[in-house]
Structure formats: C-alpha cells, structure tokens
Design a protein around this ligand. Structure first.
Ligand code: SF4
Length: 378
C-alpha cells in the first residue's frame, strides 16, 4: 500500500505540462481539462482572446475604446489583458475606463476605489458617471422607495443607458464589457425560459448595438469564468494525484487588484438558479458552456415573425422600440411616486403600461426579479 502510494506521488511529481512538456503543471484548465504550467496557461488564455479579437474584427487601428469597469474580476482582467494585447500586437487603440456609480453605499463606493487604483496601475484614463447626476436618484434611494423587488430592473436599465452616455462623453467608437462565456450561456438559457426570442437572437452576438449610438463588444465571449478567476491567481505550491491537480494556496502572480464582494441588493433569484444549473452542467461536461452558446448562435427567427421596430425615445432621444425608452418610463414612475408603473408588460400608459399601480400575480413579479446584475440586455 505504502509502496503504491509512493509510486503514485512519484508519477504525479514527474508529470509535465501537456503543452510545453517542460515545466511542472500547476492547474487543470477548466475549459479543456489539460494539465498545464503557469506560463502556458497565461499564454493560451491571452492568445485565445487575441484570436477572438482578430477573427471577429472587433477593433480597427486608431479607435477609441471604453472598457466598462466595475472593479470586479471580469472587467479588471479585461482592462489588464486588453492593455497588454494592445501593446503586444500593436492594435493602435486608445483605451479608457468607464465606470457607473449606481449609488450603492458599501458596495459601489468600495468597488470604485478599486477602479481608481486600476486607473493608475494600467495608466488608463477613467470616467465615472453617477445615477444621481444622470437621473437624480441613487440605487439606495430607489431601494428605499421600492424595496428589494425589481430593484435590478431599474439598475440594469439605467446602467445600460448610463454606459452609452459615458461612452458618448468620452467620444469612443466602441464599448467593451467583461461578459464571459458563463454569462452568455446563462443569458441564452434565461431568454429561452422567458420566451424572449428578440433577446435570444442577439444575446450571443459578439458585437451588438451596431445600429445604436455605440457598438458593444464582448472579447471574453468564449472565456470561461473559472479561468478569469484563476488568471490573476496561480498557485505557487501544488500537489498531484493520478488524475487531479489540486490548487492549494494561491499567490498574487499577476497582482491584479479587483473587488469581489456581491452587491448588497442582489436578489440572487432566477438568474442565480440558471447560474447554478450551468455550473452543474459544466462539472459533468466542461464543453456544455460553449455548446449552449453555439445553440444560441445557430438560433434563427422565422422571417414571418414580427419583431419590434427600433426607433428613438420621444423624451430623451435614446434608442427605443416604444414611444418612451424604458429608462424614461421607469424614471417618470419614480418621480411621480409610482415606481411600479414602468414594470411589467401590462397595457395602458405611455407605452402601454398601467398608469395606476396594480397588483400583479406573483409569477409576473418573479419574471422581473430574474433580471439580476447586468440585466439580460447585452
Ligand atoms: Fe444593480 Fe447588480 Fe446590485 Fe442589482 S445586483 S442592484 S443590477 S448592481
């Protein structure tokens, strides 16, 4: 028994990175399950993102590009990797950080401190826009009025427009966000569950909003969340068994500085269940995430299906398929003390919504709670 254990340890210790075949592996790559060394992991991680950028023609030389920066892991790694690739491959991009301050005490104020440090660490100019300045309301104020139901609907709608306004202020050509493969797979699933074919048809596009004010790109479209998490942290000590490499203690190798606390107003509802479901599938079959994205990509809407027509909001001029854009409807409801006015798919009102606050069945409320951080709109 002891002899065989000794033999196992020896076999594990002598195993080499399956890419370079020279160094000892320090992790099992979540996407491919290959056992690889730190250097090869960084190389494949960055090279895959570079290939996605090149193959999809995401940028043109000389473009000004804003990185939507929240201080979280995805946008921090995106800011770091994009700066590196821009230098290494001479993309010729002018990069900026763009942050939105939703006014969430104890969450966004702290995460913005991280973005301010990133501004200095990466030498990227930072622009911050607040809900308070744009809309006259902070999320703290909104939650005080509406409670913890539907708060993410307000937050997601306001953020989307705030990012576009920030991008216009910076006069950028593109806005990039840190949405990763897991986020996109979850969104495909949620749009199927909600029967939202309009969003389903566009949520896997790597670039969206080309007909709107500023196109948005997702360079992490095929990047697994687990790899983003381990990118800044790679173990310095490890042990091997026959089939697994365990990561014991993490060291700051890339020394990326990011904020990892959850929003205090996160309802963790429907999207949370979808997230867990995807994680379970990934555990059984890592390719599941890419396959769900592929299903979304291959989805086609019959030409006979009537789709909403894109126009502009009569109030603020922002893109909208209704008379008023969603942000104006929600804001009007808040300012009139009728915050539920713009929520749901009820008929009547400016865009067919109820003017009076009405009691909705529990199922209707649940479908709105599902819009968690970032909203379903990519
Ligand atoms: Fe806004 Fe996200 Fe917090 Fe919801 S979870 S309130 S969308 S920051």
């Amino acid at each position: 028994m002891e002899a065989s254990e000794g033999k196992s340890k020896k076999q594990g210790a002598s195993r080499l990175c399956c890419l370079c075949n020279q160094r000892r592996p320090v992790l099992k790559r979540p996407k491919t399950l290959q056992q690889i060394c730190k250097e090869c992991f960084y190389e494949v991680f960055e090279e895959e993102i570079h290939q996605v950028i090149v193959k999809n023609g995401l940028f043109k030389s000389g473009e000004r590009v804003a990185i939507g920066a929240s201080g979280g892991k995805d946008s921090t790694v995106l800011a770091y990797v994009l700066s590196e690739l821009n230098r290494r491959h001479s993309y010729g991009l002018d990069l900026f950080l763009l942050s939105i301050d939703e006014g969430i005490t104890g969450y966004r104020d702290d995460s913005l401190e991280t973005v301010k440090r990133n501004e200095l660490q990466y030498g990227l100019p930072l622009q911050i826009l607040s809900y308070k300045d744009l809309y006259g309301w902070t999320m703290d104020d909104i939650v005080k009025m509406i409670g913890l139901k539907n708060n993410c609907t307000f937050c997601g709608v306001f953020r989307r427009q705030a990012l576009d306004r920030g991008a216009a202020l910076l006069k950028v050509d593109k806005l990039v966000t840190g949405h990763n493969a897991d986020d996109i797979a979850e969104t495909v699933l949620l749009n199927i569950l909600r029967g939202d074919i309009a969003r389903l048809s566009r949520c896997t596009s790597i670039t969206t909003g080309e007909d709107g004010p500023i196109p948005r790109c997702k360079p992490f479209k095929y990047t697994y969340e687990k790899e983003i998490v381990i990118y800044p942290f790679i173990t310095e000590s490890f042990s091997c068994s026959f089939s697994n490499i365990y990561i014991h203690t993490y060291a700051y190798f890339k020394k990326l500085d990011y904020f990892s606390t959850e929003c205090i107003y996160s309802p963790n509802a429907y999207r949370g269940f979808a997230r867990e479901f995807i994680k379970d599938l990934e555990r059984l079959r890592p390719r599941a995430i890419l396959d769900i994205i592929k299903s979304g990509e291959d989805f086609r809407i019959a030409t006979t299906t009537k789709m909403p027509e894109q126009g502009t909001c009569e109030r603020c001029g922002y893109i909208s398929s209704q008379k008023w854009c969603k942000a104006c409807v929600l804001l009007d409801g808040l300012n009139r003390g009728l915050p539920k006015m713009g929520i749901g798919r009820a008929r009547g009102g400016v865009n067919g919504d109820h003017q009076k606050e009405t009691k909705k069945p529990a199922s209707a409320a649940r479908s709105l709670e599902s819009k968690q951080c970032g909203s379903l709109d990519f």
